[in-house]
Design a protein around this ligand. Structure first.
Ligand code: A2P
Length: 277
């Protein structure tokens, strides 16, 4: 059911995925992953930072489906950046995930120290078959421009915070112009914008929730996105976004909600802070 996007390296990635940030404990993770799989999710997004790769790996193993069915992504934590540390940390991630390869490996944050060494490590890990695709997370235009001049390969995905209050229009355009798929983390703004009157009015018109309106907006924007929920009914609801469509006017109304509100860290500040290392 889920739409497949073709990445610049030829791999196919589901447009919708299931986010596992702040999901912890084996039973919670297993039931969330089971519900997500049943609801149609095939992309599962974790990270070294989330400290749940082993539980995610166990839950995915317990699904007992063929590896080809799943699209598993993880990210190299800030503390593991640098050439050798990245290689070692990714091998550890694969061990925890009980996998021979991930589908997409990303650098979690753009930090100044080892900025380029970590990317070179990802290129090597891809050559060695430990990941099918390589990407970045929380990169801004300046970081991508640097890679464009220096790297052998460009990232095929840039996973960034994106929701109606931070629609990232210039970054999405830069990504698109460079064949990079933008993937939205906190696509629902971590649940903080679900009472917004504009989203609720649009939802009432279509008999859908504000969450479904936001995810439909993400879908029609052409970006990938990874909502998180630990509740089965919400997990199902979040995939039920195909029976309606938003008009151009409604899309514009949602784009106008942008007020640059971040739920997470500011990437430029992370980059500057780490300069002194
Ligand atoms: P919960 O896990 O308790 O369901 P994001 O993906 O933007 O980070 O948002 C995740 C937050 O939004 C979580 O707090 C999650 O809570 C909540 N959430 C996810 N889907 C829905 C939904 N359909 N309706 C209401 N809240 C939701």
């Amino acid at each position: 059911k889920t739409n497949l996007l073709t990445l610049a390296d030829g791999q196919k990635m589901p447009q919708e995925g299931f986010g596992l940030y702040k999901v912890s404990g084996q039973s919670t993770i297993s039931s969330a992953i089971n519900s997500a799989y049943d609801a149609g999710y095939r992309l599962f997004d974790t990270a070294q930072l989330y400290k749940n790769e082993a539980e995610v790996g166990q839950a995915l193993t317990d699904l007992n489906v063929s590896r080809e069915e799943l699209f598993v992504t993880t990210k190299v934590a800030e503390e593991n950046q640098g050439y050798q540390k990245t290689i070692a940390a990714v091998k550890d991630s694969l061990h925890k995930l009980q996998l021979d390869y991930v589908n997409l490996l990303m650098i979690h944050w753009p930090i100044k120290r080892a900025f380029f060494d970590s990317w070179t490590a990802l290129e090597e890990l891809k050559k060695a078959g430990l990941t099918k695709s390589i990407g970045v997370s929380n990169y801004q235009v300046i970081h991508l421009q640097y890679l464009a001049t220096q790297a052998h390969e460009m990232p095929v995905v840039n996973q960034v915070e994106r929701h109606p209050r931070l629609n990232q229009a210039p970054l999405v355009k830069f990504d698109t112009d460079h064949q990079i798929i933008t993937q939205a983390w906190s696509p629902l703004g971590r649940g903080t914008i679900l009472n917004d009157p504009v989203l609720m009015a649009i939802g009432a018109h279509h008999h859908k929730s504000a969450a479904q309106v936001i995810l439909r907006w993400q879908l029609q924007s052409g970006v990938a996105f990874i909502p998180k929920s630990v509740h089965k009914s919400r997990i199902r609801q979040n995939t039920d976004i195909y029976g309606f469509s938003l008009s151009d006017h409604e899309m514009a109304q949602i784009n106008q909600l942008n007020d640059f509100h971040r739920t997470g860290k500011e990437p430029a500040l992370v980059y500057e802070y780490n300069k002194k290392w």
